[in-house]
Write a protein that binds this ligand. Structure first.
Ligand code: NAD
Length: 480
């Protein structure tokens, strides 16, 4: 593979944008109805999982024969559609899933611009007296993809960009609760990619996904690698499969606030992170441990910065509604009907009126409260008092359950930052900012919606979906 200059990449992007404009794809959003059928699928949308896998396999062969320019066009088209149609697609996702916040659904599509593409891939080379060795980042083939309901189209789009950039094609089993918008995205992406490149079915998807269709993808010989984004069950299933798997698993991010922190900045950041899309993000702040010296001051700062404080009795009522005791296990179990709902909806449940603009509820809790222990994805934050920093860190470690996903600290003490970073060993560690900064939303770095935690690839990039191939020429090719 040749490294492309920035000017070349800019020229390609400009060309693709022109092509898109010519085809009215950016200016006139397509209606939410099936487009004309291509072969047995409908612009990549299939009812039969085996057909979806076969079509992605055929597409992989064609993509492998196509110039690199075709990959760049495909990536650029997906980014362009996510940008220009963010409002319409975000609304479709919101209407279908009925969770989160519309403005964040839109923003999550807009930030697709910052997901890395083909330019990410760089060959490595060694030259010397005995010849030249070049190491290329080559594709795997068809990648089986599982997406969550919390960010159905953003995860699919982000995976499609990084995987196609690496020269792969995808077969997707979306979460049933977000399958319609995922299919609609696939139709739009494939239709526009076909117009520009004559390549079809680079992304295929199952329109009525089930655990069986996921199982078929996990087992198929035609699928060379898996990338799953979801909770504990699917993470386990992928780790137990016999394929190479990139697993973007669950988290339960704790936050520590110590006595040296800027409390207003801490409160502002925590509210921004925990209320983002009503706390649906796997990286979102889920429980806060505050040292006793500044506990009351921090609670006051949370109110000052716009979150709504519940009384202990209200915290108790909300905990009972959010975590009813399961008849089978006799343990508190997350009530999924509350996941991603507005703070005002939660308030209603406990007989309280707050405005629909209220971003987040919070209240005092002890470390045994079910909100602390469970990955709740609800816009309520339990604030736990710690004796000191060491105690706060202990409780953070306990509540994170060893997922090694995300943790956050608010402190001006660099030694404590280091101590917590080393102890938590999380994939993302954010200091003095909101959790989203860790994936490049309001923070430095590139964006991706699959953060591979147990398998260790971190915030995924095109390189995550490539295999190294070494090509050696013996003899002289030294030019120096
Ligand atoms: P979920 O686990 O309910 O579903 C995720 C996907 O897995 C869905 O497509 C579902 O149909 C599928 N699935 C579930 N069990 C399966 C099994 N046994 N075999 C095959 N497929 C199976 O999760 P969700 O509610 O959609 O999403 C929220 C979860 O995802 C949270 O735990 C969150 O932390 C995690 N998440 C992680 C990341 C990350 O990058 N690490 C990103 C987003 C979400």
């Amino acid at each position: 593979m040749t490294t492309l200059s920035e000017a070349h990449i800019r020229a390609v992007v400009e060309n693709v944008l022109k092509e898109l404009k010519g085809n009215s794809i950016t200016s006139a959003p397509v209606a939410f109805k099936p487009a004309p059928a291509v072969k047995s699928g409908d612009w990549g949308v299939f009812s039969c999982v085996d057909q979806a896998i076969d079509a992605a396999g055929e597409a992989y062969k064609k993509l492998s024969d196509a110039p690199l320019y075709a990959r760049m066009q495909a990536v650029s088209i997906i980014k362009s559609i996510c940008d220009s149609q963010a409002e319409e697609l975000g609304r479709l996702e919101y209407q279908e899933t009925k969770i989160g916040r519309l403005e964040h659904k839109i923003e999550k599509l807009k930030v697709m611009q910052r997901v890395p593409g083909v330019e990410w891939l760089k060959p490595d080379a060694y030259s010397g007296d005995t010849g030249l060795t070049i190491i290329e980042q080559a594709p795997f083939g068809v990648i089986g993809v599982i997406t969550p309901v919390t960010h159905s189209l953003p995860t699919l789009a982000s995976n499609a960009i990084t995987m196609l950039a690496g020269g792969n094609t995808l077969v997707v089993n979306p979460h049933p609760g977000g399958a319609k918008v995922a299919c609609e995205g696939v139709r739009r992406f494939n239709q526009a990619i076909y117009k520009a490149t004559k390549l079809e079915n680079l992304i295929t998807i199952v329109d009525k996904p089930t655990l069986e269709s996921a199982g078929a993808i996990f087992k198929s010989k035609g699928v060379k690698m898996l990338c799953v984004t979801g909770g504990p069950a699917v993470a386990r299933a992928a780790m137990e499969s016999r394929k190479k798997a990139v697993v973007a698993g669950p988290g339960n991010p704790p936050v520590v606030v110590d006595e040296t922190a800027d409390l207003d900045n801490a409160a502002r950041s925590i509210i921004a992170g925990a209320s983002y899309d009503n706390n649906l993000l796997c990286i979102g702040e889920k429980q806060v441990f505050v040292v006793s010296k500044v506990y009351s001051d921090f609670l006051a700062a949370m109110s000052r910065q716009g979150a709504y404080r519940l009384t202990p009795a209200q915290v108790d009522s909300l905990t009972k509604a959010a975590f009813p005791i399961s008849k089978e296990t006799n343990e508190p179990q997350l009530n999924r009907d509350l996941v991603g709902k507005d703070a005002s909806f939660l308030a209603d449940l406990i007989g309280l009126k707050v405005t629909s603009q209220t971003p987040l509820l919070f209240g005092e809790a002890d470390e045994k409260n079910a909100f602390v222990d469970h990955e709740q994805m609800i816009p309520f934050l339990p604030i736990v008092k710690a004796n000191d920093f060491a105690h706060a860190l202990d409780m953070s470690l306990e509540s994170e359950h060893g997922y090694r996903h995300t943790s956050v600290i608010h402190s001006r003490d660099v030694n404590r930052m280091t101590e917590m970073g080393r102890a938590m060993e999380t994939t993302l560690f954010v200091k003095n900012g909101p959790s989203m900064a860790g994936i490049g939303i309001g923070g430095e770095g590139y964006v991706s919606f699959s953060i591979a935690t147990p398998t260790g690839e971190g915030v995924t990039t095109p390189s995550t979906f490539t295999r190294q191939r070494r090509c050696t020429l013996s003899g002289a090719l030294r030019v120096i």
